[in-house]
Structure formats: structure tokens, C-alpha cells
Design a protein around this ligand. Structure first.
Ligand code: NDP
Length: 314
């Protein structure tokens, strides 16, 4: 444990966290960034990133995050391969306290939360085995690779509806696998799905197994009313059953919506706690892109810097 009160601690190492670190380091805030359990965040499990501006030929997700890290370190960010497992944002002082999972305590005037979100998966062994080889949780990221191919989307919420309509522009046939006899998605998204001719909705249908050896070549589904099994001849299987923001450790301190996304003051990254800022997917359930996460990471560092100045902490 150190008594030092840092200017800025950043929790999370996706595009939001590293961008916050680049800006904070360049503003002489000497940030310390805790990577969390998956250094690099969700992009580590993405093969090719083709929609991040500045990479005309595309770039591998892990490679891109390595470059983010190097850029953050170049300006003096201290990157620690540790996880923050506990926080105290009610110290009654002008600083906050966080603890690593080895129990080490850190103090800082500003905290930037960029802990991201994790896609939910069905939990099938075949789904895990074929992840990134036909199984994806992001149509906007990976849909382009399935142009001209038949694909399936599982889920019945707005994400599934959005992914299905997005993929329908690229693929000849999109199978939407819905476990109930209705969609949870908003009416407008439902209408879009129903109006799109090349989307086939499979009601009361669940996935038994994703098929393929090395890469996906089908999915076996069953009707949960009749028990009837069918194989859909798809090459892409998109899981769109929701995301879970990684915000559990902030519960009780930070105001969140009912699904755990952190609420920020519109137009800023400020949370309900002075000195605590939130960026990236931990506070965004709408856009969820690397580039938007990076944008809010930048905003968080600028907000934190202005806070330090306004409070006379620099
Ligand atoms: P939701 O939680 O709204 O929907 C999840 C869907 O996946 C539900 O249809 C659910 O089925 C289904 N599901 C969950 N678990 C399983 C499973 N194990 N097997 C099969 N199906 C399963 O998540 P979303 O990501 O769709 O949306 C999250 C939030 O983000 C919502 O508030 C949504 O409105 C919002 N959003 C808004 C968008 C926009 O405004 N453009 C775009 C995307 C999301 P069931 O219905 O049976 O529970």
C-alpha cells in the first residue's frame, strides 16, 4: 500500500482505457492503467478490424491493442497487469480508493472507468470451439466477412433485430433464431425485421449445436414446442443475446441503469461521483464500437484534467 495520491487511475485496457491513458499522460497526469483480466479488452478476440479509421488495409484486433498500449506507454502511462476488484468512492475525502485483487490499495483524485462489457454467449461447447471461425458476437465488426453467405442470428432483442437487418444487406439469407413466439425488440425494429424479405424468423427455436470442423458450416436447431430438429446451412452464427457491462464492483457507488450500464451526464463522461468518469462500453449500450469507445476515453481524460484544474489539484 502506498500513501501517494495519484492524479488519475484508469481501470480497463480496451480502446477507451488506452485512449484515456494517451490523453491523460500527455496532460502530465501520470496515469496508472490497470488492464483487468483481459488486457486489450473485447478486441483481443476479434480477428480483423476493418472499420477503425487509419488502417486502410485492416488490422488484427490484438495487434491494434498492442499499438494502443505502446502509444499510451510512450507518453508515460504506467500499465499494470492487474485487476481492480474493489473500490471506495465514498471516502469523504477529495480522493478515491481502489484495491487490486492482490489486496493492494491505490488512491487517486480521478478515476476513469473503462471496464467495457462482455458479450453473452449461449454456453455451448461448439460455440466456444468455433468462436472467430464463424461464430461472432458482433455483426457490425465481422459481418463483412460473410458477404454472399447464409448466416444465422440468435436472439430476439434490439441487438438481434439490428444485427439481422444489418446482415440482410450483405447476405442472401439471414435466419433469426428466437426462443419464444415473439420478439423483445422495439416495435420499429420488429417491423424492420418483418419487412426484410431475406430474413427468416424461426419462432420457438433454440440452438442445439453449431456445426463445423474448423469453421462453421451449419447450425442444428430444435423447435422447443414440437421437438423437431433442423439443420440450417449457415457459415456465420451471430450470437446477439445481450451484453453485460463489467460494472459489478461499482454498484452501490455509481448510478447505473437497470442493466448495469453507468449513467453519465449527457455530453460528458461525468458520473454521479465527482472525480469519477466513465467511458467506453461500460456506459454505452447503443454504439459499442472501438472508435466510439476511444472517443469517450478521450472525453474522460479531458473531463478528468478539467476537474483536477477546477479543484486545484494540479
Ligand atoms: P436484450 O436483453 O434486450 O435481449 C436479449 C434477447 O436475447 C432476448 O430476446 C432474449 O430472449 C434472448 N436471449 C437471452 N438469452 C438467450 C438464450 N440463452 N438463448 C436464446 N435467446 C436468448 O439484449 P439486447 O442486446 O438486444 O439489448 C440490450 C439493450 O440495448 C436493450 O435495452 C435494447 O433496447 C438496447 N439496444 C438498443 C438499440 C437501439 O436503440 N438501436 C440497439 C441494440 C440494443 P427473451 O426475449 O426470450 O428473453
Amino acid at each position: 500500500m502506498s500513501d501517494k495520491i495519484h492524479k488519475c487511475l484508469i481501470i480497463g485496457s480496451g480502446p477507451a482505457g488506452y485512449t484515456a491513458a494517451i490523453y491523460a499522460a500527455r496532460a502530465n497526469m501520470a496515469p496508472v492503467l490497470f488492464t483487468g483480466p483481459e488486457p486489450g479488452g473485447q478486441l483481443i478476440t476479434t480477428t480483423d478490424v476493418e472499420n477503425y479509421p487509419g488502417y486502410p488495409g485492416g488490422i488484427g484486433g490484438p495487434e491494434m491493442m498492442e499499438e494502443f498500449r505502446q502509444q499510451a506507454e510512450r507518453f508515460g502511462t504506467e500499465v499494470r497487469y492487474e485487476m481492480i476488484s474493489k473500490v471506495d468512492f465514498s471516502t469523504g475525502e477529495n480522493y478515491h480508493r481502489v484495491w487490486t485483487d492482490s489486496g493492494e490499495e491505490w488512491k487517486a483524485y480521478t478515476i476513469i472507468i473503462s471496464t467495457g462489457a462482455s458479450a453473452k454467449y449461449l454456453g455451448l461447447e461448439s460455440e466456444k470451439r468455433l468462436l472467430n471461425n464463424g461464430v461472432s458476437a458482433c455483426a457490425v465488426c465481422d459481418g463483412f466477412f460473410y458477404r454472399g453467405k447464409e448466416v444465422a442470428v440468435v436472439g430476439g432483442g434490439d441487438t438481434a433485430a439490428e444485427e439481422a437487418t444489418y446482415l440482410a444487406k450483405l447476405c442472401p439469407r439471414v435466419h433469426l433464431i428466437v426462443r419464444r413466439d415473439e420478439l423483445r425488440a422495439s416495435k420499429i425494429m420488429q417491423e424492420r425485421v418483418f419487412k426484410t424479405e431475406n430474413i427468416t424468423v424461426h419462432w420457438n427455436t433454440e440452438t442445439e449445436e453449431v456445426l463445423g470442423d474448423g469453421k462453421v458450416n451449419g447450425v442444428r436447431v430444435f423447435n422447443n414446442k414440437t421437438g423437431e430438429k433442423t439443420v440450417l446451412p449457415v457459415e456465420g452464427f451471430f450470437v446477439a443475446i445481450g451484453h453485460k457491462p463489467n460494472t459489478d464492483i461499482f454498484k452501490g457507488f455509481i448510478t447505473m441503469d437497470e442493466t448495469g450500464y453507468i449513467k453519465t451526464v449527457p455530453g460528458s463522461t461525468r458520473t454521479n461521483i465527482p472525480g469519477v468518469f466513465a467511458s467506453g462500453d461500460a456506459q454505452d449500450n447503443v454504439y459499442r464500437q472501438a472508435v466510439t469507445a476511444a472517443g469517450t476515453g478521450c472525453m474522460a481524460a479531458l473531463d478528468a484534467e478539467r476537474y483536477l484544474v477546477a479543484e486545484g489539484m494540479v
